[in-house]
Design a protein around this ligand. Structure first.
Ligand code: HCR
Length: 380
């Protein structure tokens, strides 16, 4: 199996702990073989790894075409988001648990004249872990903002992850008008736990609701459904329907359903290709992702993710788990001390790039808490 024999009992213990517990998995101590040397603050960069498809949204000539392009771009990011650790590390792994205020900056240079893309990520909560991000293509008037948290539970041998939070894409049109797209996130099912080789399947549905009234509903299925293949999806794009407003918390049952009213339906896999019902190709992620570029560790601030976790990551990568756990404890102890000092001084930690806004049930769409990007002002 995938579990090294020396770590078998600690794996069993870990799995039992997951099974008897639901909520915040980040706290549980896992055996070394399942640890990833990458912090969760790096994960929002997966949103940016199809820069050409992202930029192309802005060039869509009509509302309908832009809705299709947002849907195409979104689906094309899923492979990076959910299969990268399997591809690079052999299975899904447990990411490093970011500290409060941990930062991750990056950019994608302009290659084909579609403009530079930049990324700012900040860990805005430690318990529970919440990560806020901001991705911008200035020359195209495109911004993607969002935050991420997870609720986990255990069912029939699998970890079920409900993603809390959503993303909002805004597009500033040359006319001065602005369009927004509310993007919700799929549910994850992590299988292969007993064997120590976890992998992700997506389930249920997510949607993309635009201020133009267009709505895309994306349904996720594993083996044995639509196409009989793992990682399958079916995306239905609906024209504006009278009286219908999709919100971040929209009940999936209340989303437009019968595909007869859908203007477009695409089917395929989010790790390969998909086609519209008409036979026209829709997505193709068999080509390479464009990875984010990050400043040299030496020039990074002490709070920047790769700098902060450098020694822990080195320990994990080289199999020196004593080093990894010693360095991890240092970071965690410093973290605890900082919170104590802040409490004593009555001066809570200040976020650097995001403002925390409590949920407002009156606003449309009604949201959970929001984290709104405030720029780099605080950095000076
Ligand atoms: C669930 C997960 C942490 C969260 C990760 C998220 C949902 C973060 C936002 C990204 O946009 C997409 C994403 C991809 C990851 O697949 C997902 C992680 C998978 C495992 C991890 C658990 C907290 C760790 C479980 C421990 C297992 C693997 C032993």
């Amino acid at each position: 199996g995938a579990v090294p024999s020396s770590q078998r009992s600690s794996w069993t213990q870990f799995v039992k702990a997951i099974a008897s517990f639901s909520g915040d998995l980040s706290n549980l101590t896992a055996p070394p073989f399942i640890l990833s040397p990458v912090s969760l603050t790096e994960y929002p960069s997966y949103w940016g790894e199809r820069p050409a498809l992202f930029a192309a949204i802005a060039d869509g000539p009509t509302e309908e075409e832009r809705q299709l392009r947002v849907t195409r771009w979104f689906i094309s990011t899923l492979k990076g988001q959910y299969t990268t650790r399997n591809d690079q590390l052999g299975s899904e792994k447990k990411p490093l648990n970011p500290t409060l205020g941990e930062l991750f900056y990056g950019h994608w240079p302009d290659v084909h004249g579609s403009g530079e893309q930049s990324l700012v990520v900040e860990q805005v909560s430690h318990h529970p872990p919440i990560t806020a991000y901001f991705i911008e293509n200035k020359s195209k008037g495109l911004v993607l903002q969002g935050h991420n948290a997870q609720k986990t539970s255990f069912s029939a041998g699998a970890i079920i992850v409900k993603q809390i939070g959503h993303a909002i894409l805004t597009l500033d049109l040359p006319s001065g008008a602005q369009e927004t797209y509310l993007i919700t996130l799929p549910r994850l099912r992590i299988d292969g736990i007993w064997y120590g080789s976890p992998y992700i399947e997506l389930s249920d549905s997510s949607h993309i609701a635009s201020s133009t009234g267009f709505v895309s509903v994306i349904e996720y299925k594993g083996k044995g459904y639509f196409s009989g293949k793992s990682h399958s999806f079916k995306a239905s794009v609906y024209p504006p329907l009278p009286g219908f407003v999709a919100t971040a918390k929209a009940d999936p049952e209340n989303l437009p359903q019968p595909s007869t009213t859908a203007k477009y339906v695409a089917e395929g896999t989010w790790v390969g290709t998909s086609k519209l019902k008409t036979g026209v190709p829709f997505t193709d992620v068999t080509g390479p992702r464009v990875e984010v570029q990050v400043a040299d560790i030496e020039t990074q601030d002490e709070y920047e993710s790769r700098r902060l976790w450098r020694e822990v990551a080195r320990g994990i990568r080289t199999g020196d788990f004593e080093l990894a756990s010693r360095e991890k404890s240092k970071i965690e102890n410093a973290e605890r001390q900082k919170r104590k000092d802040e409490l004593a001084a009555n001066s809570p930690w200040k976020l650097k790039h995001f403002e925390h806004i409590d949920s407002d049930p009156e606003c449309l769409p009604p949201t959970e808490d929001a984290y709104v990007y405030t720029g780099f002002l605080a950095k000076q």
